[in-house]
Design a protein around this ligand. Structure first.
Ligand code: SF4
Length: 211
């Protein structure tokens, strides 16, 4: 899908409600206006009072078409890891990502293009306002890029199985569930992943007990 450049992106200096923020996020074309080729409109995460914030890399082609997060095979695997069905997954996590539009394939055709640093910067506006308005009580990052953008950490393997904090909010990193990733098959990584999933479950149990 191609988009022509027309100035439609609205970014207010302040937002008072998630509904208002989502309205502007869902029509954002900042990357197109900056000259980047993206292949979908922004994916929108329905907000239903979730207390946990999931932060991935970027939508895939299926998510871009449906404009909903984690709809493809990676999402199915993530739910299997977490032992959550779709209903429990979406009611537990408000799902966001470093960028929110499908970036398209790499020129080589091997996999999806990683969003450029400029696109990541442009999209961070929406993440920062979401965190401000939602005030999540748990953040789960998915994949190396999300970890870097959320915590500034560059060593994914060292971070998996550990618990961090960002402005007092617990952050648990997970690896990316993409089938193209060889990370889970490297020695010791299955155990790291299991530790990370135990941490997520412990945090979710704590949230449930406090609400
Ligand atoms: S990736 Fe983010 S900043 Fe870029 S157009 Fe989509 S919503 Fe806007």
């Amino acid at each position: 899908m191609r988009f022509t450049v027309s100035r439609v992106t609205v970014r207010k200096s302040t937002y008072r409600s998630i509904a208002s923020l989502q309205r502007d996020t869902s029509r954002c074309r900042a990357c197109v206006e900056a000259g980047y080729q993206i292949e979908s409109l922004p994916v929108r995460a329905p907000f239903a009072g979730q207390q946990a914030y999931m932060f991935g890399q970027a939508p895939g082609i299926v998510e871009g078409q449906e404009r909903l997060p984690w709809r493809g095979r990676a999402g199915q695997k993530l739910r299997r890891w977490l032992e959550l069905d779709e209903e429990a997954f979406y009611s537990t996590f408000y799902c966001a990502s470093v960028t929110r539009c499908y970036p398209g394939r790499m020129p080589s055709g091997r996999g999806d293009r990683a969003p450029t640093p400029r696109e990541q910067d442009l999209c961070e506006f929406w993440r920062d306002w979401e965190l401000e308005l939602l005030r999540p009580r748990l953040i789960v990052t998915v994949g190396g890029l999300a970890l870097r953008r959320m915590l500034g950490l560059t060593e994914l393997t060292a971070a998996i199985g550990e618990r961090f904090e960002r402005e007092g909010v617990p952050v648990v990193p997970l690896p990316h569930p993409s089938g193209a990733s060889s990370w889970p098959h490297a020695p010791g990584n299955r155990e790291r992943l299991e530790r990370a999933l135990e941490l997520v479950h412990a945090e979710l149990a704590g949230l449930a007990a406090r609400s």
